[in-house]
Each structure stands twice: as structure tokens, then as C-alpha cells.
Design a protein around this ligand. Structure first.
Ligand code: ZN
Length: 294
């Protein structure tokens, strides 16, 4: 069984120029749940001046259906983000840093080592407060400013997060630079360093058209959880030209076609994608909603 972490409400919407009202975000999340999605990165606790789309994080969370079988996660990039998150009921914290000094210095004005030191404390405090923490490592497959990011550095940051009590690691290809061979190698290095039981998930952007190829490479290397975004919404306000997460319904179509269950209803996902496209008032990147289910 493949587990999908739907990141459209966060990674997708945060890159949209037009403000998406809280009610639309709630309606989207309800439709995703009706389509069988059970893990949703719903919000980001970031400075509202920097990412205005996420300014309604707390308000949004109070409006979501509360169900034992639904996991809501919030993205945390700093101590102040954690403080906000801990005042809400959110159960899952995705604590993120990048693994490239140039990227980090440009965006948060500190080195990877400094960011890791702070964020692993943040992760540990989240764990102490009974939240489930995943360490998210951005630019894990390359950085637009410095190119290759050595896997040793990514492993080192992951180790710090795991020592701090993170229950898993997400490797994020923030700007869509990964290729399938590299994905196999990096996943292999993680398995070798942390064992087969490591809870590992992958987060790809389709910036250079390799999103699904990279998902497949990760899957063939044994990964069972992937981030994706309904209708292919997505991007990152800090990453130049990083458009589009891997599209949820396109990815589900691939897995179902290969005979792998995802627990989701593909037709309903396509309807949800079309609904979102109408709401955004522009054509979105998802392909299945244009071509139809075969
Ligand atoms: Zn992303």
C-alpha cells in the first residue's frame, strides 16, 4: 500500500498569487478526504508577511473535520513556527531545513549547521509535546545556487533529526533537480545508514518533467510514502521557477495502473482536481484531468 501525503493545501497553494480563501481551502481538504486521502499537509506556520497564503493557518485548522483516521500536518521552519503550532491541535509537525548552505543563507540567512542545530531542538520540543515529527530535508537532490549537494551532508542532517526524536525523514527535491538514478542512490544510502525500517518519504517537484520518474525510482528502491499535490499545484516562493509538485491524481493513476493500492478513489481525485482548477481560474498542470482516465 502506497501512502500519499497530500501537500496541495500547503506547498501548492502557497505559491499562488491569488489569495485562496480559508473556506476554499477547507472545501478542498474535505474533497481530498472524500477521495480517500488520509494524510494532509494542511498549513505552514511561517511569517504571514513572507507567505501571505498561509496566514490563516490557525483559523483553517479549527474548521477541518476531526477524525481519528485523518492526519493533519503543519510545516515548521523555525522556533516561532513551533510555538504557533503547539497552540493548535495539529498532530503532525513537518520540521524542515534545506541541506545547502547557499540556499539557506539566501533564504533564512544562516548556515545549514546553524539551522540544523535550532531545528533539531524544535523537533525535540515537538516530540516532547506529543506531536509526531518528521524531519524534512530540502534541496536533498541538488541546489539551484550550488549544484550538487553531497549525500553525506544530507545523511548528517537526517541523523540529527532522528536523534532528536523525529519518527521519519522526508527528502525533498525543492527545485526539481533529481533524476531517477540519483533517487535510487540516495535512497540506497539512507537504507544503508539507517536501516530498512527507516520511515522515509519523498517529495518531488515536476519542474523539469521528472516528477513521476523520480517517484517510480523511489518506489523501486523501497519507498512507500510520497508527497504530491492535487492537480499538480505547487511551488516554493523562495525557489526560483520551482513549479508544480508531482500531481496526486497522475501519481495515483500510475500506481493503480501498476496494481498498487493507494486507498484513494481516482475518479473522485480527478473531480477534485477539476474543481480546484475552476477555483484557481487558470489551467493547472495535472495531465489525467485533461486526458481522462483510460
Ligand atoms: Zn515542495
Amino acid at each position: 500500500m502506497i501512502e500519499i501525503c497530500e501537500v496541495g493545501p500547503r506547498d501548492g497553494i502557497q505559491n499562488e498569487a491569488k489569495f485562496v480563501p480559508t473556506e476554499t481551502k477547507v472545501a478542498l481538504i474535505e474533497k481530498l478526504i472524500d477521495s480517500g486521502i488520509r494524510y494532509i499537509e494542511a498549513v505552514s506556520f511561517v511569517n504571514p508577511k513572507v507567505v501571505p497564503q498561509m496566514a490563516d493557518a490557525e483559523a483553517l485548522l479549527t474548521k477541518l473535520p476531526v477524525r481519528d483516521d485523518i492526519k493533519y500536518a503543519g510545516l515548521i521552519l523555525s522556533r516561532s513556527g513551533l510555538e504557533r503550532a503547539l497552540k493548535t491541535d495539529i498532530g503532525h509537525l513537518h520540521v524542515a531545513t534545506t541541506t545547502s548552505d547557499s540556499f539557506n543563507l539566501k533564504n533564512v540567512k544562516r548556515t545549514v549547521a546553524d539551522a540544523t542545530e535550532e531545528l533539531t531542538k524544535v523537533a525535540a520540543d515537538g516530540v516532547s509535546d506529543d506531536r509526531k515529527v518528521i524531519g524534512v530535508l530540502g534541496t536533498a537532490f541538488g541546489c539551484p545556487f550550488e549544484g550538487e549537494v553531497p549525500v553525506e551532508r544530507v545523511l548528517k542532517v537526517a541523523e540529527s533529526f532522528l536523534k532528536a526524536g523525529s519518527r521519519g525523514i522526508t527528502l525533498a527535491d525543492t527545485t526539481g533537480m533529481a533524476n531517477p538514478n540519483q533517487v535510487s542512490e540516495v535512497v540506497g544510502s539512507f537504507r544503508k545508514a539507517f536501516g530498512e525500517d527507516l520511515d522515509l518519504s519523498l517529495h518531488f517537484h515536476n519542474t523539469r518533467g521528472l516528477g513521476l520518474a523520480n517517484v517510480l525510482a523511489g518506489y523501486q528502491a523501497g519507498v512507500k510514502r510520497f508527497d504530491s499535490s492535487i492537480a499538480g499545484l505547487g511551488g516554493c516562493p523562495f525557489a526560483p521557477k520551482a513549479v508544480g509538485n508531482v500531481c496526486t491524481e497522475d501519481m495515483v493513476n500510475m500506481f493503480h495502473g501498476m496494481g498498487d493500492a493507494t486507498g484513494t478513489d481516482l475518479e473522485q481525485l480527478v473531480e477534485t482536481a477539476k474543481w480546484m482548477e475552476q477555483n484557481m481560474g487558470r489551467s493547472l498542470d495535472g495531465m489525467l484531468m485533461k486526458a481522462g482516465i483510460a
